[in-house]
Ligand binder design. Structure first.
Ligand SMILES: [Zn+2]
Length: 415
């Protein structure tokens, strides 16, 4: 037998064991959650004294008159408000920029941290996100040599705890990626970016990513003098969609965001220089904005004003908004989760009503990630991703910083 056949058999065996492992993690137990208030993010309305019956991974029944079976474990959240687990649609779990060592520059982080280190950091960051109530993330690259695919598989197999992941693999970008190299060291962007300038390179980069476990495609439209045209972006959308994946486009500048909006990407990331015309165009072409509006403590007062102004205009114009953070660094006294949830302050500063912010953190995010048939709401048949907070977040959104209970895939991970 050729060694390649042996390898194939080993791979098939490994793949075959994954669903079995995942099922073994969560027994078909019955859990009855007594919710003092239950918030429906779609309507922004709350109902009092609801019972959520969870069987195995799934929500079986919800209502005020649900009979609690005698063999069910009862979880009393009668003093709390219960809502679906939160989403962060722009994470970099497998990167932790160290402020002192890296001088805050992630180019140094990618040079110094191996993929193995970054996978381990990904586990820790994922667990921190879960503890802060984020049960699903879309992880948009900067994960070394596919540490994100390894992390997603390990979480799905129950090897480690973490949020459900949609992951991008390696970011596809015009020559240079997001770095500025020097000609004697042209390889320093490897494996962080896949340079793709011609159509052949774009197609190949997308296929490489999918082969190595990407479940969303992430491109950088700008960040160099030469940027992707609307036609380039349309080509990559078609290639990604043909394989059933969505496409997220990093656009820091006005021309980049304009091209992405014109091409009709699934999401524009950042979009900080979007004019009102760009935002109108994005609304018309059904583009979601994942705005990553950094709180003041993670940028500067002047920059924060720009982010907040763009969020305010996008909300007023009616662009579909989804919550995403872009946290990638370590901050003393904070976790990846506490940093991520602090971004709600930018939404408060922009005057976005709490109900709209919560929708952006749950059901709208689930739709963007393509998981809304399974997650993002609390309904019978959906996966039990459930969190609880002390107050009704519609009245006081700051309560989302005090998540006291987290259930993911029907298993309690914080209580
Ligand atoms: Zn990012």
């Amino acid at each position: 037998m050729k060694s390649s056949s042996l390898l194939n058999i080993a791979l098939l065996f490994w793949l075959a064991t994954l669903p079995a492992l995942a099922q073994k993690e969560v027994p078909q137990s019955l859990v009855a959650i007594k919710a003092g208030k239950l918030l429906d993010p779609e309507t922004g309305k709350t109902k009092s004294n609801q019972i959520i019956l969870v069987e195995g991974r799934q929500i079986k029944e919800i209502g005020s008159d649900v009979k609690i079976p005698s063999n069910a474990t009862v979880i009393d959240l009668s003093k709390s408000t219960v809502l679906p687990g939160l989403f962060d649609a722009h994470t970099h779990l497998c990167m932790t920029v160290k402020p002192q060592r890296d001088a805050g520059n992630y180019f140094f982080t990618t040079l110094l941290d191996t993929t193995a280190t970054r996978a381990i950091e990904g586990v820790a960051n994922g667990q921190a996100m879960l503890q802060s109530g984020f049960t699903t993330v879309r992880d948009v690259g900067n994960a070394g040599n596919y540490a994100d695919s390894a992390l997603r598989r390990a979480i799905n197999a129950g090897v480690v705890q973490g949020p459900t992941m949609i992951n991008a693999g390696i970011i596809i970008a015009p020559y240079g990626g997001q770095f500025h190299l020097q000609p004697e060291k042209r390889d320093l962007a490897t494996p962080e970016y896949l340079f793709a300038d011609t159509r052949d390179e774009m197609r190949k980069a997308i296929r490489q990513n999918i082969h190595f476990g990407a479940t969303v495609i992430k491109i950088v439209v700008d960040d160099q003098q030469y940027i992707y045209s609307a036609d380039d972006i349309r080509f990559m959308i078609a290639e990604a969609h043909a394989a059933g994946l969505k496409l997220a486009a990093h656009c820091w500048t006005h021309p980049g965001a304009h091209n992405a909006a014109e091409a009709g990407v699934d999401s524009i990331e950042h979009g900080f220089q979007m004019t009102d015309e760009d935002l109108e165009l994005a609304k018309k072409t059904n583009v979601t904005l994942v705005g990553t509006e950094f709180p003041e403590k993670l940028s500067s007062a002047d920059e924060h004003k720009i982010w907040v102004d763009r969020l305010k205009r996008a909300h007023k114009i009616g662009v579909n908004l989804v919550f995403g953070t872009d946290v990638d660094g370590a901050v003393s006294g904070e976790t990846r989760g506490t940093l991520a949830i602090s971004y709600i302050d930018s939404w408060v500063d922009a005057g976005v009503p709490a109900a709209d912010t919560i929708r952006a953190m749950t059901i709208s995010a689930a739709r963007l990630l393509g998981v809304d048939k399974d997650r993002g709401a609390l309904k019978p048949g959906l996966t039990a991703d459930i969190i609880a907070v002390p107050e009704n977040p519609i009245d006081n959104i700051q309560t989302l910083k005090k998540v006291s209970f987290v259930m993911k895939d029907g298993a309690v991970v914080k209580q």
